[in-house]
Design a protein around this ligand. Structure first.
Ligand code: FES
Length: 332
């Protein structure tokens, strides 16, 4: 047994137990979701003891400097002393200033933030509603724009996404945490070929990555493959066709994964799976970066297939969304 402290109260942890698991076992009410160090909802501040290797993985420098750690990634050492974090330590205020229905299932949301944040397309934010319900979404535009833009896919039975699509109105107040995540376009990739596969509303993030790459003078070719269930789910199609005319290095292919009449499909739209299309055309070489954006199941399957096709882990950037409820109850 090891004893550690949170807000002055002592807790015992069992061997191999994380701080989070020990606190849950002791009946503490805590924010958490993934337990994998991804969502960052279980953050606490360490005020005494050595920082455990890996407990700050993926945090921004500012959070690391404040000794924030993920409780789910920390195994307590004797006398480890922690402090709870108040929501206002991590979240900033945001107001919905733009709302645009982009397709039958996708809505574009423009947020005005009380404080500017610097994000890279591919990173994500946690968005919290008035009742504490929180979801992760990836901004789709470049940092520095007046609004932070999100493309949100309305999920079947999705409490948050359905609310955003149907009910949230201009002027709605929300809270934003982030940006989080380290998988995004980097200036080191300038000469590389970018292969970007986007599923559903992952297109928003893919679009952001492409815009950023082009704005930074990307030299290599850029190939975008988009997978949607049916043609009605395809949005940004005309903008992407136009981009192909404007930028000779950019190529775009939309793939319908459901049923459709191939003879009735529009320009650059075909039946098929975007990953297979991409992999048929692009055998791995050392000058490539592969981005996979969208829902976790499709992204994870594609990532596995990428590894099986010889893509090395450091060149595969999986950008999936966490739809799970990131917080069950409001912290008191
Ligand atoms: S990072 Fe700890 S629960 Fe998600």
């Amino acid at each position: 047994m090891t004893v550690f402290y949170l807000d002055g109260q002592a807790f015992e942890s069992k061997s191999q137990e994380t701080v989070l698991d020990a606190l849950i076992r002791h009946g503490q009410r805590l924010n958490y979701s993934c337990k994998k160090g991804v969502c960052k909802t279980c953050l606490v501040q360490q005020v005494k003891g050595d920082i455990v290797v890996g407990s700050q993985r993926g945090l921004t420098l500012a959070l690391k400097k404040r000794n924030y750690i993920c409780a789910c990634q920390c195994r307590p050492s004797e006398d480890l002393t922690l402090r709870s974090i108040l929501p206002q330590d991590l979240f900033i205020g945001a107001t919905i200033q733009q709302k645009t229905v982009l397709s039958d299932s996708i809505v574009g949301i423009g947020l005005k933030l009380d404080e500017a944040i610097r994000h890279q397309p591919g990173q994500y934010i946690n968005l919290r509603r008035f009742d504490g319900l929180t979801r992760s979404y990836s901004p789709t535009n470049i940092s520095g724009a007046s609004l932070l833009e999100l493309h949100v896919r309305r999920k079947y039975n999705g409490q948050f996404s359905d609310w955003l699509y149907h009910y949230a109105s201009i002027g709605e107040q929300l809270l934003v945490q982030g940006p989080l995540g380290s998988r995004h376009y980097k200036s080191d990739f300038t000469a590389d070929k970018l292969i970007i596969i986007a599923f559903g509303s992952g297109l928003g993030v893919a679009h952001g990555i492409i815009n950023q790459a082009l704005a930074e003078g990307h030299q290599g070719e850029i190939f975008l493959y988009v997978g949607v269930q049916n043609e009605a789910d395809l949005y940004l199609h005309s903008q992407l066709l136009k981009m192909m005319l404007e930028y000779s290095q950019f190529s775009y292919q939309a793939c319908i994964t459901g049923n459709a009449n191939p003879r009735k499909l529009g320009r650059r739209i075909m039946l098929g799976d975007p990953f297979s299309e991409a992999i048929n055309v692009h055998q791995f070489d050392r000058q490539q970066q592969l981005f996979i954006c969208g829902e976790p199941t499709a992204v994870n399957q594609s990532r596995e297939r990428a590894f099986l096709n010889g893509y090395p882990i450091e060149r595969v950037h999986a950008l999936s969304f966490e739809y799970k409820d990131l917080r069950a109850r409001a912290r008191e």
